[in-house]
Design a protein around this ligand. Structure first.
Ligand SMILES: Nc1nc2c(c(=O)[nH]1)N[C@H]1C(S)=C(S)[C@@H](COP(=O)(O)O)O[C@H]1N2
Ligand SMILES: [Mo]
Length: 348
């Protein structure tokens, strides 16, 4: 029995989403033919409890703590009146791809068995966290900014909250109130959420109610028990194809996919249509945005009918390439190995 159906408010139709105990992942075939951004209706959902329905007229964002001189309590209209910034950024769950620890490495890890669909890229508009911290009189001694959500407490751990180091907070973090040109949908954090480019999704706290700036390092269950030492996301790739997709033989087929990295731009994507025997460079257009993904494609003429395996392997600008085997870790985070995507080629 999945609980997400109750915890999210938007429809999660079977042809767009696959549900697990804690969330709904996007089916990658749902990105086929879509533009650069993941439409909000197709964006994966990961809730610790349930989507709260927050009234923007009574909502306040409380920015306080010993790391600021002038605590702020902002209304929604005050936030919207500040100088805005727009960024394209991915949000990806740290556990995205966990099921491949089991499927490819005989090392099943506990937790939701996400395929590769716990990621989406949206255009976020909001206020740089940096500007809010400056407006509150950030002290040079500040170390951590603890962001807390207004959703119900999770088990006995309290509200979902996590420290963000001041260095990252001052760099590229957004307090976002729009997703793809519309107010944030309830499931994605209305009225405001953090967007922390390149970092595991848990950093991007939804339904933001509080930012506590501390001059001492802070621990919360979400950086000690859950997601310990999890910050920047690795390099990954996905095909915009169903698992076990059916492709007719004897006809040229354009394979589409996307690659991304928490550390920067993707500079190269290689694709194998013979299970890793040979590799070809995928083509792409335009410039890859750091913090988001690179769409690519490759023409393929499947000759023989039968089961086949597609693989895509990306390299980012820091020189990191997807490995053949992902490093083992207790929670099954950061599955970054090249994924073996099965398809069935049928008689043309
Ligand atoms: N307040 C709050 N923020 C949260 C969560 C949550 O349950 N509550 N889930 C986190 C996790 S684990 C992820 S992966 C992302 C998911 O964002 P999305 O549901 O908009 O895709 O939100 C993060 N922010
Ligand atoms: Mo997550």
């Amino acid at each position: 029995m999945t609980t997400v159906v109750r915890s999210a408010v938007k429809p999660l139709p079977e042809h767009l989403f696959r549900l697990n105990e804690i969330g709904a992942e996007m089916r990658w075939e749902a990105m086929a033919g879509q533009g650069y951004h993941t439409p909000a209706e197709r964006f994966f959902v990961r809730n610790h409890t349930s989507t709260p329905l927050i009234d923007a007229s009574t909502w306040r964002l409380h920015l306080h703590g010993d790391g600021v001189r002038r605590p702020l309590r902002l209304t929604y209209s005050e936030l919207l009146a500040m100088a805005p910034r727009t960024i394209d950024a991915a949000i990806e769950c740290a556990g995205n791809g966990r099921r491949f620890y089991a499927d490819q490495q005989h090392d099943r890890r506990p937790g939701a068995q996400w395929g590769l669909g716990a990621i989406g890229v949206a255009r976020w508009r909001g206020v740089p966290l940096r500007d809010l911290l400056r407006a509150a009189g950030l002290r040079p001694e500040a170390v951590d900014v603890v962001a807390a959500g207004l959703d119900d407490p999770f088990e006995h751990y309290g509200h979902v909250r996590r420290p963000l180091p001041v260095g990252k907070a001052l760099d590229d973090v957004l307090v976002a109130y729009e997703m793809n040109g519309r107010p944030l949908p309830a499931d994605h954090g209305f009225p405001a959420r953090l967007v922390v480019p390149g970092w595991a999704g848990i950093a991007s706290i939804k339904w933001l109610g509080e930012l506590r700036v501390s001059t001492k390092k802070v621990d919360t269950p979400w950086n000690t028990i859950f997601y310990p030492n999890i910050t920047e996301m690795p390099v990954k790739s996905a095909f915009e194809l169903a698992w076990d997709a059916i492709v007719p033989a004897g006809r040229a087929h354009i394979l589409h996919g996307r690659s991304w990295s928490g550390a920067g731009r993707i500079v190269r994507v290689e694709v194998s249509t013979d299970g890793g025997g040979t590799w070809r460079l995928a083509e792409h257009r335009g410039r890859h945005l750091a913090g988001a993904w690179l769409p690519w494609h490759l023409t393929w003429l499947p000759e023989r009918a039968g089961a086949q395996v597609l693989m895509a392997r990306a390299t980012d600008e820091t020189g990191r390439t997807q490995p053949a085997v992902s490093a083992a870790n207790a929670f099954g985070y950061h599955f970054d190995a090249v994924i073996r995507h099965p398809i069935r080629v049928t008689e043309g």
